[in-house]
Design a protein around this ligand. Structure first.
Ligand code: PGA
Length: 256
C-alpha cells in the first residue's frame, strides 16, 4: 500500500510572519499524528527564503519541507540558482522539479529537468517530477503523447525508483479552478503507472507514488484520492490557507 502524500506548493507566496501564522493555524486543526502516520504524509514547498525557518516551525507538526526547484550542478557560476547541498542545508527533505510554471516561464526543457532528477537520484534525494499537457494538447488528443514524452525524459535519467515521485499536473487545471475529473486523472495516472512498470518492473513501479495536481481543493480531494492510481495531491492555491490545507490532510486520513 502506498502512503498518501499531500504536498503544498506555495510558489512565490508568504512572508516570515505569514509562515508563522499558517503554522499556528494549522496546528490548531491537525495534529502530528494526522499529518504524518503510516498511511499519510504532509509536505510543504515554501519559497527558498522560508526553507530554514519553515523546517523548524513545521517539524513539531510532522510536516516536512522541500524546495520548489533545484539546480543540477553541485556548485558553480549559476547566478540565482541553488544546489542540492544548499537546499538540504536549509532544511529541505525533498524538491519539486519540472513544474509547468518552470517549463512555461523559465524555459525549462525535458533534458534540463532530467538532469535535475539525475542529480537528486545521485544523492538519493526525494524528488517530485512534474509532467502535464496543455489544454491545446489535450484537445488535440495528445495528452498521452505529451505526458509520455515528458516522462520518458525523466525515467531515462532515473535509474532508481526509490526516491522518485511523479506529479501529473495538467497545465489547464493549474490555478484555474477547473480540476481534471477523477476519471481523467485516473486515466493518465494508469498510463504513467504502465510506463513505470515498463521501466522498473511491477514490484518497484507499484511502490512509486503518482500525485495529481491542478485545482485540488477540499471539495474534490476525496474523489481524486479514491482513484486507484492517485496517491496524493500536489496543491497550490488550497495550500495557502491553513484551514483548506488541513481539510486536505484530514481527507487523506479519512481515506487511508
Ligand atoms: P493549484 O496549483 O492547486 O493552485 O491549481 C497546483 C500546482 O501548481 O502545483
Amino acid at each position: 500500500m502506498r502512503r498518501l502524500l499531500i504536498a503544498g506548493n506555495w510558489k512565490m507566496h508568504k512572508s516570515h510572519g505569514e509562515l508563522r501564522t499558517f503554522v499556528e493555524q494549522l496546528a490548531d486543526i491537525v495534529t502530528s499524528k494526522q499529518t504524518h502516520n503510516a498511511k499519510t504524509q504532509t509536505w510543504v514547498a515554501p519559497p527558498a527564503t522560508l526553507l530554514d525557518k519553515s523546517h523548524h516551525l513545521f517539524a513539531p507538526l510532522g510536516v516536512e519541507v522541500g524546495a520548489q526547484n533545484v539546480h543540477y550542478a553541485s556548485n558553480g557560476a549559476f547566478t540565482g540558482e541553488l544546489s542540492l547541498d544548499m537546499i538540504k542545508e536549509a532544511g529541505a527533505s525533498f524538491t519539486l522539479v519540472g513544474h509547468s510554471e518552470r517549463r512555461q516561464f523559465f524555459g525549462e526543457t525535458d533534458p534540463t529537468i532530467a538532469k535535475k532528477v539525475a542529480a537528486c537520484q545521485a544523492m538519493a534525494f526525494p524528488v517530485i517530477a512534474c509532467i502535464g499537457e496543455t489544454l491545446e494538447e489535450r484537445n488535440a488528443g495528445r495528452t498521452m503523447d505529451v505526458c509520455g514524452r515528458q516522462l520518458a525524459a525523466i525515467l531515462e535519467e532515473a535509474p532508481n525508483s526509490d526516491s522518485l515521485i511523479i506529479a501529473y499536473e495538467p497545465v489547464w487545471a493549474i490555478g484555474t479552478g477547473v480540476n481534471a475529473t477523477a476519471q481523467q486523472a485516473q486515466e493518465v495516472h494508469a498510463y504513467i503507472r504502465s510506463r513505470l512498470v515498463a521501466r522498473y518492473g511491477e514490484t518497484a513501479a507499484h511502490k512509486i507514488r503518482i500525485l495529481y495536481g491542478g485545482s485540488v481543493k477540499p471539495a474534490n480531494v476525496a474523489e481524486l484520492l479514491a482513484q486507484i492510481d492517485v496517491d496524493g495531491a500536489l496543491v497550490g492555491g488550497a495550500s495557502l490557507e491553513a484551514s483548506d490545507f488541513a481539510k486536505l490532510i484530514l481527507a487523506a486520513n479519512a481515506h487511508s
